[in-house]
Every structure is written in C-alpha cells, then in structure tokens.
Design a protein around this ligand. Structure first.
Ligand code: XMP
Length: 519
C-alpha cells in the first residue's frame, strides 16, 4: 500500500469512478496533499492522525443492492470531516438511514441547473444565477438521511447537496471535480480550508529536498541505472537522482532511430554538457530497423521494439559493476491504475512500452521517485530542478516512438519523411504559440498513397496525418480546434517541403472511442 507519511493529508476513497484522479488533482492544486486509496486499503488504516479529511468518490456500484462497496463505519465516528461525491453521497445517505432509488426516470447525465435552498459552509461562493453542475448518475437519494439538511436541488434530484454540519459530513450528487461544473473548485476550497481547517502547505518545489534526501538514504553508496529517453519523466528522474548521488548515477540512452528529428542528439548533449550527467549513448537504430522489416501488425511492432529495447539496455547495463538499483519514471496515475478499486482488470488496448520487464530479469531494486506525482506536477518539479522548458513542457511521446506513427511497414525512407513533416508541424505550433495549449501533437505517416499534381506532373505519394489533442491525463482526449488559417498554411508547408508527401489530413476523433496514438 502506498501510504505516505505526509502530515495533514486528504484521503480519497476510490469507488471506481472514471474521474477519481481529478479529485486528487483538484485537492493538490489547492495546496493540500491527497492520496487515493481503494475501499480495502482504507480498512487497513490504523492511525488516522495525519488524515484531516476524507472524500468518497463516485463509482459504478449501487447501494440499492444487498451487497455494496462501503467504508469502515468507524470513519464516521472519529470526527474527521467527510465529503461524498455521487456514489459517495449515496453511500453516506444509505448509512445514515436515507433512501436511494435506482430509476431511469431520475437519471441525469450532463449539465443541470443548480438551485440553492440554504446557506452552507460548503457552498460559500459556489452559487451564482444560472450556474450549473455536471451530473452522471442513475441512482438518487429520495429520502433525507437522519440529521441531514438539503443545501441545493436540481429539477430532477431534490436532494443534490446535503449536509450534516454538526458531524461535518457533506455530500454532493454532482461532480465538482470536472471542469463542466461551474465553480466546482469552491466546494473543495471550502471543504479543505473552512471545514477540515487545513493550511495550504503542499507545493511541488517544497518536496524537492525531501525527495533528494529519500534517494540518498535509500541508495547510500550503491549505483543506479537509468534509461534516459529525453521525455519529461525520465529527464526529471535523472536530474533528481543526479542531485542526490552524482557520479553513482549511470544514464543509458538507447537510440532506436525512432525518435523525432534531432531530439536524441539534443538531449544527449544537454545532459552530458549542461547538466554534467554520466550518460552513455547506444546507437541501435540499424538493429531496430532490421527487426521491424515487413512487420505490419501494431501489437507485433510494439512487442518487438519493447523487447529489443530491454535486451540492449540489459547488455549495456552488464558492463557496469555493483549496480543495485534501476530508476524508473513511474507516475502516480500508473500506481492508481494498477490498484483496481473493484478488483477487476480492464481489458488491454495496447501493450505499453516501458522498462517494466527489466528489474525482474536483472534482479535490480526499483527506485521510483515520481510515484507520488501527476504529470503536470512532474513538469513543475523539473522546472524547480533547472530542467530546460524545452523538455519540461514537452508533449508525451510513446516508448515505441515513430515505430507506431508510421502505420504498417517501417522503413528508413519513411522515418526520414515523417521526421521532416513532424518537425515542420511542431515548429509551426511553437511559432504560433499553440504548442503549450495542446496536450499532445504529432504527425503520422499513413500507409496510403494517393495521386496529386505538382507543377504539371502527376505525383503518387504518402498521406501525412496530423493529430493534436487536449486532455487532462491522456485517459480521455478531444481533438484540438485550430484557428481558421492554420490548416491551409501547414498543409502547404509540409507538401512543399517534404518529398514523399502530397496530402495532409487532420484527425478529428476524440478518445474514446479512438485512442491518441494510431497503433
Ligand atoms: P493512447 O494511444 O492509448 O495513448 O490513447 C495514451 C497516452 O499514452 C502514450 N503512449 C505510450 N506511452 N509507452 C509510453 O510511454 C507506450 O508504449 C505508449 N503508447 C501510447 C500516448 O502517446 C498518449 O500520450
């Protein structure tokens, strides 16, 4: 169980909602440390001293069945304030003798107008004329639980915000954590500061020294290996560990030949010269290309790239003696996703490439200094370590790289074509100051050739697909809406400058049902 010794934290009990992570983020954005636990993890807590508030998340369960997911009754008796959200509210209502009904008639999905019924410490600054909240529920509380009062209603559910002020227990049927709820932040602000009496103490830079100290005391004089890719996560891990143990950190960069144009050389130089890290560069592009020859299937490509990467890394690592640790850029969402609140495993969509297969084989102990953080927090940590903004603000890039952005067979010619197109696209986003407004953008090469005309001649060349999405964490995403003139300009720039491409298309699919990458 990942249960840290932070003082003054908020615990979020995850009942399986798609948006539980957002609750943790909202709390942290307000300067309070928060952790997500499953219902079975909370049962194991013995000492509640550092917990100043508990939030019960939404989820797919229903309290209308005989068996339902719950929390130990004890938490309602130890005077820690509690806020229930959606299922969390229904659970509180059930445990306090209210009535909950499942009904297709009562269900609400999407925005709903919220109507204030009384003042509450939870809703200070929250209501304004015409403000709406984001609903996503089929069950609803239909009879008020004992000792609770109604703070607000919607047209469909009369018992939308409930409070038991004396016991400091509150519940909202809507989702204040999603941006579609107007003023949702106020619910958290009031809960944290006015009800739980917390102080704004948590900030990423304030954690830096603790992290460095933790690494030092864990590793002592041992050596640490790190696979450095130049992405945000591995870069921050490397800088952090370097601050802690300097020369005992060995970074290995495996050049698969599947990176963006110039990116690998740039990163190598930066870490070696500017940050003075102990970095070893392995050029393995020919072998990757050879193994990918005539492989069309996306999953096969992912597996080949992942396995080969591990083999090469392993071979290089053996050259160093006395290595005990492997550093990995595991993030908090990876931890949350591996602890299913319902015990069910979600179906595999893609085999993600990471170095997860390494420690088992190499008998190395893992060191994961970013396991408490969300991606945007890692970027802030990177900035406070002096990491250049080029890297700390860099969009996510998948481990298999251009191997999964060249659809179908991967060849050196196609890599060259795609690198050029992608370079033009990303430069254009930077020039127009759009890069930081987009969560992830890239160019892909489709295995489709079409007829075109350039000058007086016929062309028969590849199609370049451009993708740009906005997202909070990559789990869901919307395609980015560009200003009017953007497409005209970028299409001309790519077609005029990249031999091999005579058509540019833009991907207008969101996730779900599509994914961010194409393979
Ligand atoms: P999808 O395509 O599943 O991608 O919507 C979600 C996010 O994950 C990134 N991605 C990867 N990251 N190794 C990674 O480290 C991988 O194998 C991998 N595949 C996809 C993708 O770029 C997006 O940000």
């Amino acid at each position: 169980m990942q249960f840290h010794s932070h003082k003054d934290k908020i615990i979020i009990v995850d009942f399986g909602s798609q948006v539980t992570k957002l609750i943790a983020r909202r709390v942290r954005e307000l300067g309070v440390y928060s952790e997500i636990l499953t219902p079975s993890q909370i049962k194991k807590i013995k000492d509640y001293d550092t917990i100043k508030g508990i939030i019960l998340s939404g989820g797919p369960s229903t309290v209308t069945k005989k068996k339902f997911q719950t929390v130990p009754k004890k938490i309602f008796k130890i005077k820690i304030p509690i806020l229930g959200i959606c299922y969390g509210l229904q659970l509180i209502a059930k445990l306090y003798g209210g009535k909950i009904k499942s009904s297709k008639k009562r269900r609400e999905f999407g925005r709903a107008l919220i109507l204030k019924k009384k003042n509450s410490i939870l809703t200070k600054g929250f209501f304004y004329k015409g403000s709406s909240v984001w609903m996503s529920h089929e069950d609803a509380v239909v009879k008020l639980p004992k000792n609770f009062q109604v703070v607000a209603s919607t047209n469909e559910s009369k018992l939308t915000i409930l409070e038991n002020n004396r016991e400091k227990i509150y519940g909202v049927q809507f989702h204040p954590e999603v941006t579609h709820t107007d003023n949702g932040k106020y619910i958290f602000k009031n809960f944290l500061f006015s009800i739980c009496k917390l102080k704004k103490k948590w900030s990423i830079p304030s954690q830096k020294n603790r992290l460095i100290q933790d690494i030092r005391s864990k590793v002592k004089k041992g050596k640490v290996l790190c696979a450095l890719s130049g992405g945000v996560d591995s870069s921050v891990v490397a800088l952090l560990i370097n601050k802690a143990i300097k020369k005992n950190l060995i970074c290995i960069m495996v050049d698969t030949g599947l990176m963006r144009k110039n990116e690998f050389k740039y990163t190598f130089k930066l870490f070696k010269k500017k940050y003075k890290l102990n970095v070893r560069l392995i050029n393995a592009s020919s072998i990757f290309l050879k193994r990918l020859k005539n492989i069309h299937d996306p999953e096969k490509k992912r597996k080949i790239i992942g396995k080969l990467f591990i083999r090469i890394f392993e071979r290089e690592a053996k050259k160093f003696k006395n290595v005990k640790y492997l550093a990995q850029g595991t993030l908090y969402p990876d931890i949350i996703e591996s602890q299913s609140p319902t015990g069910s495993k979600s179906s595999k969509i893609k085999s993600h490439h990471n170095v997860g297969g390494l420690p088992k084989k190499m008998k190395l102990k893992l060191i994961e200094p970013l396991r408490e953080f969300f991606k945007d927090e890692v970027r802030v940590l990177g900035n406070s370590l002096g990491l250049t903004k080029d890297i700390s603000n860099r969009h996510p890039f998948p481990g298999p790289g251009l191997g999964i952005r060249i659809l179908g067979n991967v060849t050196r010619e196609k890599i060259n074509i795609l690198q050029k197109a992608d370079y033009i696209y990303i430069n254009e986003l930077n020039r127009l100051k759009l890069y930081d407004k987009i969560w992830q953008a890239y160019a892909a090469l489709l295995p489709v050739r079409t007829v075109g005309v350039m000058g007086d001649s016929r062309t028969y060349e590849y199609t370049c697909l451009l993708r740009a999405v906005t997202s909070e964490d990559g789990m869901t995403a919307d395609f980015f809406t560009f200003p009017k003139d953007f497409f005209n300009n970028i299409s001309n720039k790519i077609i005029n400058n990249v031999k091999g491409i005579n058509r540019v298309v833009y991907d207008i699919s969101s996730k779900p049902p599509s994914t961010i990458e194409l393979e």
